[in-house]
Write a protein that binds this ligand. Structure first.
Ligand code: CTP
Ligand code: CA
Length: 223
């Protein structure tokens, strides 16, 4: 069987995808965020649509246009993304968390611009909810896919995330590797399933990576 070539193998399947970074405001002119172009998540949304899925895309700020025929919901903060994602709990067949969600947000949003002084500025950050983890707590029949962007101990860290977040599949990439970084059109991934089988893929376009992920999901989940 050739992978990624069947046109309608996602007919009747609803796929929820998160993409892009989240931004966490400090004051009206400043924010903290993660490095993410959103390309990987958008490619997954487009690929799933092209294979017949009903697709919902929840994205942080990116410079990419909304994919055609994909319900695209724009958010800024991790809390906003969390609230929108949770509305779809129990209502989707597949959830793919490709967003680079900020783990922390400023404890206080200053409504007025913070003025500089000669002292060091200490910013207190508090934890954001882990969207995948919360979704995975009672995931029902939803097939749950996470990403792991790592700089060291790639496979071990990714395996730990499968267990911690109750995932069915994780896509792990070493962000320091040439061709696997944030803003490019290519990625180098390892795909690990919940039985801890690891598949290593070569450098591929993000479009091809999207189809390979959908192939894996299909083989493990969709009959
Ligand atoms: N994720 C999420 N909500 C968060 C943080 C992460 O849903 N608040 C999701 C990401 O979309 C990704 C997966 O969890 O699919 C792994 O994200 P990652 O940052 O690699 O893992 P963390 O659990 O946040 O651990 P750490 O950053 O400490 O490595
Ligand atoms: Ca994180």
């Amino acid at each position: 069987e050739l992978l990624g070539t069947e046109k309608n193998d996602y007919d009747g399947i609803t796929v929820l995808v998160t993409a892009g970074p989240t931004v966490e405001p400090i004051d009206p002119v400043r924010y903290i965020t993660n490095r993410s172009s959103g390309k990987m998540g958008f490619e997954i949304a487009k690929a799933a649509k092209s294979r017949g899925a009903k697709v919902i895309l929840i994205s942080g700020p990116t410079s990419i246009e909304d994919p055609v025929d994909v319900e695209t919901i724009h958010v800024n903060t991790a809390l906003e993304m969390y609230n929108v994602v949770m509305k779809f709990k129990g209502k989707v067949d597949v959830f793919i968390g490709a967003a680079a969600v900020a783990d922390y947000r400023p404890a206080i949003y200053e409504v007025n611009k913070i003025k500089k002084s000669d002292d060091a500025l200490v910013l207190k950050l508090v934890r954001n909810p882990d969207i995948l983890y919360e979704f995975g707590k009672e995931k029902g029949n939803t097939f749950l896919v996470g990403f792991a962007a790592e700089t060291e101990n790639l496979i071990e860290s990714a395996k730990a995330k499968i267990i911690r977040k109750n995932l069915d599949l994780i896509v792990a990439n070493d962000v320091l590797k040439e061709g696997a970084g944030f803003s490019g059109d290519t990625n180098i991934v390892n795909i690990i399933d919940k039985n801890m089988n690891v598949k290593e893929y070569p450098l591929m376009s993000k479009t091809d990576v999207a189809h390979v992920i959908l192939d894996e999901i299909k083989n493990l989940f969709i009959r």
